[in-house]
Ligand binder design. Structure first.
Ligand code: ATP
Ligand code: MG
Length: 211
């Protein structure tokens, strides 16, 4: 039975689509049967997947679909038996569709850029997950190479009893470069620091999955 992860964060541009695509491809690269569902009407991952068709042998096999919000539970039910992992990319701002995805998920993965504004905006997503009784894991994304912001935000999260994943993603141009090719960084640049970070995040997420 597939484990379902909804990547959710009301704040726009936090890195939901980047995380969803990079984790999907990293897990697929490990031989897992992965389905990636883009539930965001912006269809960011739809564009990514269209580019992927031209990526050749670097693109590992994964199933992809773009179900609209209300179709998400049915789509997950259909895929659960045939897949190990289902990743849901969700829209910003739209609490109704985000709620449906969160309800269908076993875990809510919340990307968070380490800034006070992003931290404050995260409360709405955390409330949604709480209302749906779904566990949450926060992943810091676009962490700058220098400065104390990441450790301050991490301390604030942990102080609030939230689960913060130890691996974090730096602010790296490789993510956009791979994305433009329809690839994840583990496919486009497997030896890059970005790829190492994504593999570490994937390994940390394995700990949440059912035995
Ligand atoms: N770790 C990173 N390093 C550098 N750039 C990043 C990183 N993560 C995301 N980005 C960039 O930030 C922008 C927003 O990322 P992305 O589209 O994944 O966010 P999103 O949360 O899905 O946005 P939306 O809310 O609009 O759906 C993109 O240009 C992406 O390339
Ligand atoms: Mg997005």
């Amino acid at each position: 039975m597939a484990f379902v992860i909804a990547v959710a964060q009301r704040k726009g541009g936090a890195g939901k689509s980047t995380l969803a695509a990079n984790l999907a491809t990293a897990f697929a690269g490990l031989g897992e049967r992965v389905a990636l569902l883009d539930t965001d009407p912006q269809k960011t991952l739809g564009h990514w997947h269209a580019a992927r068709a031209k990526a050749g042998s670097r693109a590992t096999v994964l199933d992809f679909d773009t179900p609209s919000g209300w179709r998400v539970p049915g789509a997950c039910d259909k895929l659960r038996r045939s897949h190990d992992l289902i990743l849901l990319d969700t829209p910003p701002h739209d609490d109704t569709d985000a709620r449906i995805a969160i309800r269908a998920a076993d875990l809510v993965l919340v990307p968070l850029q380490p800034s006070p504004a992003d931290l404050w905006a995260t409360g709405a997503t955390l409330d949604l997950a709480k209302a749906e009784k779904r566990p949450v894991a926060v992943a810091l994304n676009r962490v700058p190479a220098q400065g104390k912001l990441a450790s301050e935000v991490a301390a604030a999260l942990r102080g609030n009893g939230l689960t913060l994943l130890d691996p974090m993603l730096g602010n790296r141009s490789g993510f956009a470069q791979a994305f433009a090719l329809g690839l994840g960084v583990t496919e486009a640049a497997p030896r890059s620091v970005a790829a190492e970070e994504v593999r570490a995040l994937a390994a940390a997420l394995k700990g949440f999955r059912r035995r």
